[in-house]
Design a protein around this ligand. Structure first.
Ligand code: C5P
Length: 400
């Protein structure tokens, strides 16, 4: 799959990173996409229409009216585009976009568009962290736009921090991935159930036993499966994460028992089950009705075993493809394979606490994927990319 023939509208606002847009246009043109460029009036202080129109092979518009009284139709431009890329997107342009302040051709075009919108913010580090920018980026994501986060590094001010526009290659790759996924929709029609996060087991009304799981791996898997067209049921223990994808139904639970019950509400309907939750193996036998007082020097709590959700899924398996996770500290592969068999799984994802950057709370993970017959080892990657690897493997196995 490539982006040949795709209609890409690049909207440039007035930031120093505008100079990098030449490389982005050249990259898209090389890949045989059609490119048009619009600019905010201020962007002309940074780059010229002549260079952008030469590279894009199209006129570049800034104003609603041309020199000879012609109207530059923002509606036509908006409807022409398959995607719009706001890059660089300054704090000012971002604020205007999300609040509908339509005082130039570029914003009018953006507001007339029905296509997907990508935003590559670029600004100084303190502006990037300002509550208004953070809130505006959040709003943009709520509108369904795809934010390509600014990168860390040296800024035009001489300060060093997050705020540099993502590199043209990153922007181009994000757009290409988007078209690939959108057109592939490889999991369209599939119902995928994912468990995520930790579970909290109550001791008394204020205390619980929990673990360090953040839910990042499960939420990344849900996002990726949803992008591939699956209908996702995401059942998460306590996690600060949220998901707004229209293909994801998110259910929040607290304890292993609640997670178990929620999973089996849907189990009969699903095609793929992925258990990435770090479920507590034991829960206090009794939950004190009042807060336990510190009267004694020691406290003994009796625990009883929680239901093993994934094992029960394995026992009740009809046609579901089941994937489990294993976090091992010794004899990793052996233990993972034993778990695969014991729980009647089709695939197990092994991550080791020994690998730096892997495991709980981290944004990255390093995994091995094991099936009855195969083993694939992967490098340390972002959890979003790990989710892609896992779903690629699942798709491959399903199609076998
Ligand atoms: O046996 P162990 O807890 O190491 O297995 C881990 C795998 O089993 C994970 O996929 C986890 O989500 C799942 N699991 C579960 N219910 C439990 C314990 C683990 O679904 N009570």
């Amino acid at each position: 799959m490539n982006i040949s023939g795709k209609k890409i509208l690049i909207a440039v606002s007035g930031g120093i990173a505008a100079y990098k847009i030449h490389y982005l246009i050249r990259d898209f043109i090389k890949k045989q996409a059609e490119v048009q460029v619009i600019m905010s009036p201020d962007a002309e202080n940074f780059v010229t229409k002549l260079s952008l129109s030469t590279l894009s092979k199209n006129p570049v518009y800034t104003e609603f009216y041309g020199d000879n009284g012609t109207w530059n139709s923002h509606v036509e431009l908006a409807l022409w585009a398959d995607v719009i890329i706001m890059a660089p997107c300054t704090a000012n342009t971002l604020a205007k976009m999300v609040h509908g302040i339509c005082d130039n051709l570029m914003i009018a075009t953006y507001m007339s568009a029905k296509c997907p919108v990508f935003i590559a913010p670029a600004m100084d580090l303190d502006m990037y962290q300002h509550p208004s920018t953070l809130q505006n980026l959040e709003l943009a994501q709520d509108y369904g736009h795809i934010v390509i986060p600014a990168e860390n590094g040296e800024l035009a001010s001489g300060l060093v921090g997050q705020g540099r526009m993502a590199e043209p290659e990153t922007i181009s790759q994000t757009v290409e991935d988007f078209f690939n996924l959108n057109e592939k929709k490889s999991l369209k029609g599939k119902k995928v159930l994912i468990t995520a996060g930790p579970t909290y087991e109550a001791i008394d009304p204020v205390r619980f036993i929990g673990n360090h799981s953040s839910g990042k791996m499960g939420f990344s898997l849900a996002e990726e499966a949803a992008k591939r067209g699956a209908n996702v049921i995401l059942i998460s223990g306590p996690s600060v994460l949220n998901s707004k994808h229209e293909n994801i139904q998110l259910y929040r639970v607290t304890s292993a028992k609640q997670m178990f019950e929620k999973v089996f509400e849907f189990y009969d309907q699903i095609d793929i089950g992925i258990a990435s939750a770090a479920v507590a193996d034991y829960a206090p036998k009794e939950v004190a009705t009042e807060k336990i007082k510190k009267n004694d020097d020691s406290l003994t709590i009796e625990f009883i075993k929680n239901p093993d959700i994934l094992k029960t899924m394995g026992e009740k398996k009809a046609n579901q493809f089941l994937v489990g996770f294993a976090l091992e500290t010794q004899n990793e592969e052996e233990n993972a394979i034993a778990k695969l068999k014991k729980k009647n799984l089709d695939m197990i994802v092994l991550n080791s606490l020994r690998d730096e950057g892997a495991g709980f709370k981290q944004d990255t993970n390093k995994i091995k994927i094991l099936t009855q017959t195969d083993k694939i080892e992967f490098d340390l990657k972002s959890k979003a990319n790990v989710a892609k690897d896992i779903l690629n493997c699942i798709e491959e196995q399903i199609l076998k």
